[in-house]
Design a protein around this ligand. Sequence first.
Ligand SMILES: Cc1cc2nc3c(=O)[nH]c(=O)nc-3n(C[C@H](O)[C@H](O)[C@H](O)COP(=O)(O)OP(=O)(O)OC[C@H]3O[C@@H](n4cnc5c(N)ncnc54)[C@H](O)[C@@H]3O)c2cc1C
Length: 261
Amino acid sequence: MPTPVTPTVRIIGRPNLDREELHRYLAEIGGQDWTAHRPDYNDTQDLIEVAGRTCYRSFAAGLNPNVTRVRTDPDAYLGNIVEHRHGSVLEHAQYTFIIQNVSRVFTHEWVRHRQGVAISQESLRYVRLTELPFWYPEWAQNDPELLSRGQQILTALEDFQTWMADHFQLDRAGMPFHEKKAKTSFMRRFAPEGLATVLVWSANVRTLRHVVETRTDEGAEEEVRLVANQLGELMATEVPALFADYVIDDTGAWTTPHRKV
Ligand SMILES: Cc1cc2nc3c(=O)[nH]c(=O)nc-3n(C[C@H](O)[C@H](O)[C@H](O)COP(=O)(O)OP(=O)(O)OC[C@H]3O[C@@H](n4cnc5c(N)ncnc54)[C@H](O)[C@@H]3O)c2cc1C
């Protein structure tokens, strides 16, 4: 019987600032006091701030004779970057996510985002299908007949996968791997678009803002919106100063006056 699943996003990689090396650099240029402002601050936000301040040598007033005043509050500094759409510094911070139990409907749309991303998706040429995990939105879960008919179809498709594996003798000793791969790829053609799969997906913070904005929009696809919302919630916790401008409206869309920084 196909297992109902729920799309989930997890962060498995994030920036890791080498503070000692950074401090040595700042000491060389006379900006060592900058670190005193942020004892509890986070690596991603500091990384982006360092990139931004490097542009104007604005770690302290007077380091650049053209700069007589600098913002010392990190949240205000980063808020100003977002407000002025200096989005290129956000590209220094890359996150990696496991996006699990998402359909191929989802992945097909998600991979359209090309800028600032890296994508690895489970291969159905190599990984043989033995079951067909599937996500039902809440409204579908509350429709017993729909659920029952849907499960019947999925069960038949699942049984067919098992039958084909036997029919093609995929577990026969000595079966050449290229043959196994060809048959496995043929078999996936009988899997539904809604089949749950997994992505390792990396994106920089500039891209993450753009994806959350476009993919929580009311017009976006239901499962895509669900994942984009989870992504937004994770990032709002990770980098609060860089997501502080968002307001979630009545439709669930993440809106900001500083769209696409
Ligand atoms: C609600 C919704 C409905 C959609 N419906 C459809 C649909 O019906 N059919 C369909 O095919 N797609 C559809 N899409 C997908 C959409 O057309 C984009 O392909 C997808 O959202 C990727 O976004 P992006 O183009 O901003 O690319 P990203 O890779 O996220 O790029 C980010 C930004 O970088 C810049 N950029 C990226 N690549 C280039 C480039 N080559 N040249 C110049 N600038 C570039 C652009 O400013 C772009 O916005 C839909 C998307 C949404 C959100």
